[in-house]
Write a protein that binds this ligand. Sequence first.
Ligand SMILES: *Cc1c(COP(=O)(O)O)cnc(C)c1O
Length: 496
Amino acid sequence: MTENRVNSIEIDKDEFQKIGHQLIDDISDFIANIKNKPLTPNESPSQLQHILGNTHLPEKGIPAKELLTRATDLLLNHSLFNGHPKFLGYITSSASPIGALGDLLAASINPNVGAHILSPMATEIEKQTIQWLAEFIGVSTDYGGLLVSGGNMANFTAFLAARTAKSPKNIKENGLSNTSKKLTVYCSKTTHTWIEKAVILFGLGTKSIRWIQTDASNRMDNVILEKTIKKDLDNNCQPIMVIGTAGDVSTGVVDNLKGISAICKTYDLWFHIDGAYGIPAAIIPKYKDLFDGASEADSIALDPHKWLYSPLEAGCTLVKNPQHLIDTYSSHPEYYNFTTSEDEIAQNFYEYGLQNSRGFRALKVWLSLQQVGKSGYQKLINEDIELSELLFRLAKEHTELEAISQNLSITTFRYVPTKGEKDKAYLNKLNELLLNKLQTGGELFLSNAVIKEMYALRACVVNFRTTKKDIEEIIKIIIREGRKTHSEILGQKFKK
Ligand SMILES: *Cc1c(COP(=O)(O)O)cnc(C)c1O
């Protein structure tokens, strides 16, 4: 029966070429025209379900050509495009086209980058990528680590290594129930939500987080940090780690990393940096000082799918002494035969993190790093920052806009219809409605931030397609829509 096995999943060479070429043609058209397409079609879930059709799992197979044509149509015509030049929402970048090709190649070879023997060249490429990422952000290339799905996972991976290193011995065997002292962690109020998931996931509980106040410049107040650590030590707690943020998600502020590092040394704590968004800016000489102290971190999370423009997903954990990862994650079940005959020891990535089978994420990152090069990245990231500064300036100059903050490539500002409008609640309501309108309008995409109780529009430029003209047009669109929203509210007598 299976002698000359004809199966429905293989695609023969001619057919693969034909549909593959068509797909590449469609994708090239898409990339070339992305700036002329609506940023989002703004269709509701029920509209989308209708388009998709409420059918059952097909009983019989459908030809690949037909399926790819349909999938291409669905995605090219019913998606939100973060590759659009006016997409400046959250921290989601345009994706490098070479990354898309890299993913296709990676999926075709399909190495399992959990073990060296299963992925010889892919493992070496990932090792090289890790080394280059350390070089990129300006820390020692002795840092080791691995690629993960994103910033959250990168931070989790480091968090558990910190817990293993700084908790009472044998925590791996005994778990948290045998720790007589409460383990505590320290981070600023602006720290990304991953920290809450981490303390739940790794058993410390949300009460273990010491949210440290920020100073006038929105950086973690290191004086309060040290006081809080001392107080906890006096109260039978065991501090284990401090998290410094290098580019906070709302406003792009970088903590005083050097100061945090000194405190960690004094109290023997793990120093972790969440650089998911901002740390790639360290590649630019004039911003290097901002990240002073980063090279002393025990671990660093960064996110190639943000400011390195890698397609989703790609995050990265770097650890100063990679042995901490092995101490945390390595195990040797009898069903693994993963040693090699060479005398040098092969690196098995399953021993470095949480995943077992692992995809070849490194390829797309490795390709972009070389296609763009160090000087190319310096230029792109610097331009993103300049565009963000331009947006801030234009907002500042405009009588109907109020510029609020500008750090790295994040600008926050808001629409203020009449100069001196003092009704805070009204301005918040107005800007929230305005943002909703902008996000569904398909012309541009911003997100929001709440700063000192002000509801602000927030633009984060991690987009190599954005130009000066886009920024100028964005201002015009916001003014137009802001006026419209304001008069609509007045018309509806919403105001009080
Ligand atoms: C984006 C971000 C994260 C989360 O990263 P994901 O890739 O979305 O999982 C964590 N911390 C900071 C500072 C971020 O900007």
